[in-house]
Design a protein. Structure first.
Length: 338
């Protein structure tokens, strides 16, 4: 009989019967390395069985709604519908786990990541959608067709304290945070994050919130990432373009940064050249810059002046090429002198 290493289950109805079938499957396929389950099946029994699989490297709990599948999406209408977990894990739980996608309350996420039976330092990728810890509609739910509905009146913005448990996982290479409201993180908080996670390759900090109020992050966030995240390939931030915190521009991004996404913050026409010049000093020619129309969603357009951002994008591209051509020209001139 062939050895089955990957399993994807996609049933929703008949919850109790489905749980029994799932537990039987897990007990029968001890060699699984990857499993995808409907999130309705995530409970203590399922977690306990999963934690015993010695070779399991990837767990993804997905939500289904109207025959659409959304990884780590959310179909709960209120906090009371979101399950709670005891995490009664045995020592040595999840011995091979490196990738986890799950829907948890922040309090449950902290208890799981700091559980004495789980060595969270092995995790390479962690994705989780979290709900606010109060009896109110959750921050975001998926509607038919994949469009988002944000009930931000009942949402508390994520703070540096709330995400602190994540910083203990120094082996993380990917960190994505998304919420309707802008994060309350400032440049100092970002510095703490990137210093704690030196292996980051993909960092996305809510770069496209539903509510466009001025964020606390300034443009100074970029040189912070350039200095402390040498492995970055993808960076997505929502920053206040009218604020440049005090810093020395001593580091630029390496060509390993493939894509920079700048969220749709307000940009005044008089600031276009300043922002473009600043970006041109930080970015390599190889880096793809997305802003303005590039980050807007046609099905859910933002109330921003995309023209200004598109102007910045064009200016940045020209400035980077001019700067590189000037450097190459100077190098050629120097080589002919000797």
């Amino acid at each position: 009989m062939p050895r089955i290493t990957s399993l994807a289950c996609d049933w929703v109805h008949g919850k109790e019967h489905g749980l029994g079938s799932l537990l039987s499957l897990l007990q029968g396929y001890q060699g699984l390395t990857e499993i995808t389950l409907p999130a309705e099946r995530l409970n203590d029994q399922a977690l306990t069985e999963l934690s015993k699989l010695a070779d399991l490297r990837t767990i993804s709990f997905e939500y289904t709604l109207n025959e659409h599948r959304f990884c780590c999406g959310n179909q709960f209408e209120s906090i009371s519908d979101a399950p709670e977990y005891s995490f009664a894990l045995e020592p040595g739980a999840f011995p091979s786990l490196i990738n986890l996608s799950v829907y948890l309350r922040l309090s449950d996420a902290e208890r799981l990541l700091t559980h004495p039976s789980l060595d969270a330092s092995r995790l390479r990728k962690l994705f989780f959608i979290s709900v606010a810890a109060q009896p109110a509609p959750v921050m975001q739910e998926f509607c038919q067709g994949g469009s988002d509905f944000h009930d931000h009146d009942h949402e508390n913005p994520l703070t540096a304290v709330a995400i602190k448990p994540l910083l203990a996982i120094q082996s993380l290479t990917t960190l994505h945070l998304a919420q309707a409201l802008p994060l309350t993180l400032d440049d100092d908080d970002l510095l703490t994050i990137v210093r704690s996670l030196p292996l980051l390759e993909d960092l996305s900090l809510n770069f496209r919130p539903a509510v466009l109020i001025p964020p606390n992050l300034t443009m100074g966030a970029l040189p912070i990432c350039a200095e402390h995240c040498p492995r970055l390939r993808e960076l997505s931030l929502y920053m206040n373009t009218e604020r440049f915190s005090s810093f020395r521009l001593t580091h630029a991004f390496s060509p390993t940064l493939e894509t920079l996404r700048i969220g749709p913050s307000e940009l005044k026409p008089v600031s276009c050249i300043r922002v473009a010049l600043f970006l041109s000093r930080l970015l390599a020619r190889e880096t793809k810059v997305l802003m303005g129309q590039d980050v807007d969603d046609p099905e859910d357009p933002m109330d921003i002046d995309e023209e200004e951002w598109d102007n910045v994008k064009n200016l940045v591209t020209g400035m980077i090429h001019a700067r590189m051509d000037e450097r190459e020209g100077n190098s050629r001139d120097l080589s002919t002198i000797s």
